[in-house]
Design a protein around this ligand. Structure first.
Ligand code: PHB
Length: 443
């Protein structure tokens, strides 16, 4: 394993422990339940979906041979059959629903800005609601494969991701992960077909641990959800914090999707820690931040965290004002690409983007880049996956990033402060942070 790419304010080498305790174990998730084969064997096969025995590849070659000429009717039909099917598994309901909306908007914006085609092919989107339900994820994923999608985009939630990996791990179906941070996807269950454009849970939390220790804090209480994203986030924070002498006072886990945190506020009020590290997101983050403020804890026990204020500032109002968080994005990052992205996004959707929109946008840009590089021939998987790997996010609103060998972003992390409805950039606290990718055979 190579940690040498950790740079900037980062000096010591992190070690991610085996899958942390609490919640459903990653292994249990991946091994239990119905087999991948059982899911894939039902219904119409992918091959049968391709038009009349003519492979998509041949259709593309035929199409290319006739490029520039008026297409006769049979070829029009073939070109239609060559539409690229992209499956999307994101939540339409629940506490993380708006994350799915933001990801979708960002992805569509990037593709629309490039003319709406991928490698010259029209896109057919096949969208399914994940319902943020890990138990439903294998069947939904298999359904997308059976319907002929050879690229799948999703999900938001780490538990859903673990369910998707049971179906897609070791196959040729390309998976682009625009949010869920479960370490396994780019760790022990990494693969040539699996790419993440967002973060690993460990990676998103580790810089904050180091930052708080560098600020001189010595005792912090952690609080998050009791499933993979929460436990891995706390693990990453703890490793960063402990590497510079910090100690965890207490670790509190709340069941997903907790929305009422009142009972936890009494517990936090009794804490002997100097500060709280918390990871919550979506509607739960709104409630947590509001109730923390209402409990009058902010002055006595400063609140730090990740994702806490993403896409939620309007709903949190005064409760979020001044909160410091660390993320791989800040609203006012001083890049021209960020300014252009924000104004195009506002014009297209009438709302401000957030980190989830950026992850969607980069997923769209990645698809545009790779499909273009292979001339639309996404069936040649080694070539298509090599093209995906070669993506350089030089025009990303978050700043330049690239894929690690485990196919997770190598990226910078920023300290931000919430002020006037924006997560404002304060400073860059870690550069080129790379997930340790423990157990990944690609590394
Ligand atoms: C996750 O489940 O991996 C997850 C969910 C919401 C976030 C970040 C990570 O904001």
């Amino acid at each position: 394993m190579n940690y040498d790419s950790l740079k900037g304010s980062v000096s010591s080498k992190p070690v991610r422990q085996a899958f942390s305790s609490g919640g459903v174990s990653r292994q249990a998730f991946l091994s239990g339940g119905v087999s991948r084969q059982a899911f894939l064997s039902g219904g119409v096969s992918r091959q049968a979906f391709l038009s009349g025995g003519v492979s998509r590849r041949r259709i593309l070659k035929t199409g290319a041979a006739f490029a520039g000429a008026a297409l006769a009717a049979p070829y029009v039909r073939r070109a239609e059959a060559a539409r690229l099917k992209v499956g999307v598994l994101l939540p339409n309901s629940g506490v993380l629903a708006f994350l799915g909306t933001k990801i979708t908007q960002g992805m569509e914006l990037a593709i629309n800005q490039s003319g709406g085609l991928l490698g010259g092919r029209e896109v057919e989107w096949i969208r399914l609601d994940s319902e943020t339900d890990p138990a439903k994820a294998p069947e939904r994923t298999a359904r997308l494969v059976r319907r002929g999608c050879d690229i799948v985009v999703g999900p938001v939630h780490s538990g859903v991701l673990l369910g998707m990996l049971r179906v897609l791990g070791g196959t040729n179906t390309t998976l682009l992960i625009p949010n869920a941070g479960a370490g396994a996807a780019t760790g022990e269950h990494c693969g040539e077909n699996i790419f993440r454009t967002s973060f690993s849970n460990w990676q998103a939390a580790w810089p904050m641990g180091r930052f708080l220790a560098q600020r001189g804090l010595r005792r912090v209480t952690t609080m998050s959800w009791n499933y993979a994203a929460g436990t891995e986030s706390v693990q990453g924070f703890t490793e960063g914090f402990a590497s510079l002498g910090g100690e965890i006072s207490e670790g509190i886990l709340a069941p997903y999707p907790a929305a009422d945190f009142h009972s936890y506020m009494t517990k936090l009020a009794a804490s002997d820690a100097e500060a709280i590290y918390a990871f919550f997101s979506g509607a739960s983050a709104v409630q947590f931040v509001k109730q923390y403020h209402e409990a009058g804890l902010r002055d006595r026990l400063p609140l730090y965290g990740v994702f806490l204020t993403e896409g939620t500032l309007e709903a949190q109002g005064v409760a979020a004002e001044g909160l410091e968080t660390t993320m791989h994005y800040a609203d006012d990052l001083p890049f021209e690409a960020n300014r252009a992205f924000r104004s195009a996004y506002r014009e297209a959707y009438g709302v401000d983007p957030d980190v989830f929109s950026v992850q969607g946008y980069d997923t769209g840009a990645l698809l545009v880049h790779a499909a273009q590089a292979v001339g639309g021939d996404t069936d040649d998987k080694p070539a298509f996956h090599a093209a995906l790997r070669s993506f350089r996010g030089v025009s990303s609103p978050r700043g330049a990033w690239h894929f690690s060998r485990a196919q997770n972003p190598v990226q910078d992390f920023y300290l931000r402060r919430a002020a006037g409805g924006q997560n404002r950039y304060i400073e860059t606290i870690a550069q080129d942070v790379t997930d340790p990718a423990q157990g990944c055979t690609l590394v």
